[in-house]
Design a protein around this ligand. Structure first.
Ligand SMILES: Nc1nc2c(ncn2[C@@H]2O[C@H](COP(=O)(O)OP(=O)(O)O)[C@@H](O)[C@H]2O)c(=O)[nH]1
Ligand SMILES: [Mg+2]
Length: 377
């Protein structure tokens, strides 16, 4: 007796055989010579007509895109993901292929059918809820960024090197160049912070209310830069100085979709062209929704890359040394004792190690007590 399932299976096999026979039919070869050298349909790029887009904002399933090299007046294209993307996420900074209505007219909706391979991926572990697996999900913050601009005030609030160190780890892990942006330089000097990073060749800029931003603009030109920083450090002030149109631009992208104003976790803003500057003044990605940089997704080894001043000190460590304070033979203690690196840097590294393994409090040290490596130094 042939069951329903068996019959389907037989039909499938006959179909497969028929296809096979057709493939090897000599007549086919004769009437279509050279067929085998032509690309087969399934390897030919789909949607050859897709146009390029650069994702500047993401809001509840709606993606705001701009043609990458278009002039600033080109209308924004609103798009949704095509089903064929599967579970692949699309984030700010992604370079995508768009089909459908890419006119940017009111109500027009395009489809994202491709995501270009990412040059860099800035991630964080969301630590909104550390007690559940879901709460500790690793999230991609921004794709294809060239630079991580770590914004820290020199005073009011005081610099938090724990946060800066965390950002440096995220930057090195993502293969993004870090830039230390020290604001409120009118209130305090940078000596202490720069002293703490003396062993690193960390590029930095100083920001004051009444001085121009030329040095910073030079470093932003032609690149995609992500800005991160605690609240109160002057991020919004800086973004508004760099992009006088920022408020309107953010308003436009966050109003897309269902017409309500919502906070997005990241939004890319085009820097205005500079007189005498190159064609591309660059993009800055503001991250108002990113409050911290959970690093649970970064391995202990990668974590060390955020501390290049300590790397050489681990050469004499025993195999499998975890470099924690509990490791009796960790060579980093001797490295610091010999004056080869700053003890505060080792303490900061070990604090991050402990927070990752769940031994310590994963919050920033400044959130649980006012102690910071720089204070009392
Ligand atoms: N003295 C001084 N104050 C600043 C500077 N930049 C920003 N502020 C002030 O710091 C406060 C917080 O700035 P804001 O841009 O809102 O910080 P955000 O939370 O990082 O976006 C505001 O009162 C600003 O006026 C600066 O360079 N010097
Ligand atoms: Mg702000």
């Amino acid at each position: 007796m042939v069951g329903d399932g068996d019959r389907k299976e037989l039909t499938r096999r006959r179909g497969a055989l028929a296809t096979k026979r057709r493939e090897y039919d000599e007549d086919d070869v004769r009437v279509r010579p050279g067929k085998s050298s032509r690309p087969r349909t399934r390897t030919r790029p789909r949607h050859a007509d897709a146009v390029d887009g650069f994702v500047i904002a993401v809001d509840r399933g709606r993606y705001t895109c701009v043609p990458p090299d278009a002039d600033p007046d080109t209308p924004l294209v609103t798009a949704m993901r095509a089903r064929e993307l599967g579970r692949k996420s699309v984030v700010v900074g992604d370079r995508v292929g768009l089909v459908g209505d890419t006119s940017g007219a009111a109500g027009a909706l395009a489809r994202i059918v491709r995501i270009a391979e990412r040059r860099s991926v800035l991630r964080r572990t969301a630590d909104d809820d550390e007690t559940t697996a879901e709460g500790r999900l690793e999230r991609v913050v921004v794709a294809n960024a060239d630079q991580l601009v770590i914004v820290s005030a020199l005073a009011d609030p005081p610099p938090r090197t724990g946060f800066i160190d965390r950002c440096l780890v995220a930057a090195y892990d993502a293969d993004i160049e870090p830039l230390l942006c020290l604001t409120k330089a009118d209130l305090a000097g940078p000596e202490q912070v720069l002293g703490y990073y003396a062993e690193l060749e960390l590029p930095y800029v100083l920001i004051e209310p009444d001085a121009d931003l030329d040095a910073l603009r030079d470093l932003l030109a032609g690149r995609v830069s992500v800005m991160v920083g605690h609240s109160g450090v002057g991020k919004s002030t800086l973004v508004n100085r760099l992009v006088p149109d920022a408020d309107r631009a953010v308003g436009v992208v966050s109003a897309i979709g269902r017409g309500r104003h919502t906070s997005t976790s990241a939004v890319a803003l085009r820097l205005p062209p500079r007189p005498g500057g190159g064609a591309d003044a660059g993009w800055i990605v503001d991250t108002p929704g990113v409050r911290s940089f959970g690093l649970a997704h970064v391995s202990a080894d990668s974590l060390l890359h955020g501390f290049p001043d300590l790397v050489e000190g681990t050469v004499d460590c025993p195999v499998n040394c975890q470099h924690t304070a509990e490791e009796a033979d960790c060579a980093l203690d001797a490295w610091v004792a010999a004056g080869r690196a700053d003890a505060r840097r080792l303490a900061s590294y070990r604090r991050l190690l402990a927070s990752r393994s769940g031994e310590g409090d994963a919050r920033e040290p400044d959130q649980r007590n006012p102690g910071d490596p720089l204070e009392g130094s």
